[in-house]
Design a protein around this ligand. Structure first.
Ligand code: DOR
Ligand code: ZN
Length: 429
């Protein structure tokens, strides 16, 4: 196995050191390291961070391989600096059995670019009626710990309670897509002045907040772990802060797009900006940034949602919700959180690697850059700014909301267990 000597990288943006990667681990960190036979990587000026972990990726396989496959999504993830991604369960067939989660897990192993960690559905077929075989998925080779009907809310409170009881026994977590469905019938965008003016049916903040409030109470009652997907409103951050102060085991994520974009984007009627939950107001963006900075929101998760052109380049009301995220997640966080002074590099590592790995109960990911730890890391050039060109993305889909935008920071290399999956900004397979 080739070993790699990374020269002059700055772990967490600190002083320049060398890192020796050997046998899948960080063998040494220090000044002027030498290693005969090691491949040398010049990392002068580059920031080293632990490999990123995504709690929320739609890889679309099985079923919609025209939008993304485990392999193309894995490549996008590696290029974005990720070493592990959780693959959401809303595939076709739905990942609601041990058989399907094992299939996704195996495809991830074959692609070999990131660790693909399947999420199991909470209910059979995401229908919200009967619990799926959570135990069998947890015991399978895929070792499922995160269960989610994402795309749909587990709306029935009695079923949600039952799901929390089951995952508690499995050391798992229910990741809730918080959307009270009776409040979002026909919804197209955030409900407010703009939706009224544009004549698009609104998705009120209360539809998200009502479910979060309900579910933190249920999680507290059961004593189980709850995770809230893609938090998008200021009110949600307030409820989470209240629940955490009371000791409820609740964690939450925010997407890069909810950190950067607002409902103003809908003025263009370009369906690339249609997403669920919708882009909110300036005040909401401010609140989710502050919530991420103070730890009320634990993690950044991409909600990478590839869609083929026919589902996105059409009338707004017909378009499917969702946007790409993997390749631009770190640059968006650099722009919205680092350049604003809200997070330092250790904070970025915490919110994009350590905490998501802990929530997903992943071994070997989210570990600090220290000798003896698994060599899962990325090298970032913080000085480069580049304009996003959707045609150049590794994803099979093109629905990037960042097209034409200049963003800071470029992932130069990603290492998975000591082997480069990305080098000189290029995927290695
Ligand atoms: O915008 C979204 N797209 N939100 C979801 O919850 C699901 C996702 C998808 O699967 O496309
Ligand atoms: Zn969702």
């Amino acid at each position: 196995m080739t070993s790699y000597l990374i020269k002059g990288a700055r772990p967490y943006g600190g002083d320049a050191v060398d890192l020796l990667l050997k046998d899948g681990r960080i063998a040494a960190i220090g000044e002027s390291l030498a290693a005969t036979g090691a491949e040398v990587v010049d990392a002068a000026g580059l920031i080293a961070l632990p490999g990123l972990v995504d709690l929320h990726t739609h890889l679309r396989e099985p079923g919609r391989e025209d939008a993304e496959t485990v392999e193309t999504g894995s490549r996008a993830a590696a290029l974005g600096g990720f070493t592990a991604v959780h693959a959401m369960a809303n595939t076709d067939p739905v990942a609601d059995t041990a058989g399907v989660v094992e299939q996704v897990w195996r495809l991830g192993q074959e692609a070999g670019l990131v660790d693909v960690v399947p999420v199991g559905a909470v209910t059979v077929g995401l229908a919200g009626e009967r619990l799926a075989e959570l135990g069998a998925m947890a015991d399978s080779a895929a070792r499922v710990r995160v269960f989610s009907d994402d795309g749909h809310c587990v709306a029935d409170p009695a079923l949600m309670r039952r799901a929390l009881e089951y995952v508690k026994a499995l050391d798992g977590v229910v990741a809730q897509h918080a959307e009270e469905p009776r409040l979002t019938v026909g919804a197209q965008m955030h409900e407010g002045d703009r939706s009224a003016r544009l004549g698009l049916t609104g998705w009120p903040a209360a539809a998200e907040e009502a479910i979060i409030a309900r579910d933190v109470l249920l999680a507290g009652h059961v004593g189980a772990r709850l995770h809230i997907c893609h938090v998008s409103t200021a009110g949600s951050v307030d409820i989470l802060r209240w629940a955490k102060a009371r000791g409820v085991q609740v964690t939450a994520e925010v997407t890069p797009h909810h950190l950067l974009l607002t409902d103003e984007c809908a003025e263009s009627y370009d369906p690339v900006f249609k997403v669920n939950p919708p882009l909110r107001t300036d005040a909401d963006v401010e609140a989710v940034r502050r919530g991420l900075a103070d730890g009320t929101i634990d993690a950044v998760a991409t909600d990478h949602a590839p869609h083929p052109v026919e589902d996105k380049e059409c009338e707004w009301a017909q378009a499917r919700p969702g946007m790409l995220g993997l390749e631009q997640a770190l640059p968006v966080v650099v722009q919205t959180m680092v350049e604003t002074g809200l997070l330092d590099w250790r904070g970025v590592a915490d919110r994009m690697s350590a905490r998501p790995a802990a929530i997903g109960r992943l071994d070997g990911h989210g570990r600090p850059l220290e000798p003896g730890e698994p060599a899962n890391l990325l090298l970032l050039d913080p000085g480069v700014r580049s304009t996003v060109d959707p045609a150049a993305l590794a994803s099979r889909s093109r629905n990037s909301p960042y097209a034409g935008r200049e963003l800071p920071g470029r992932v130069v290399a990603t290492f998975l267990r000591g082997i480069p999956t990305v080098l000189d900004g290029k995927a290695q397979r």
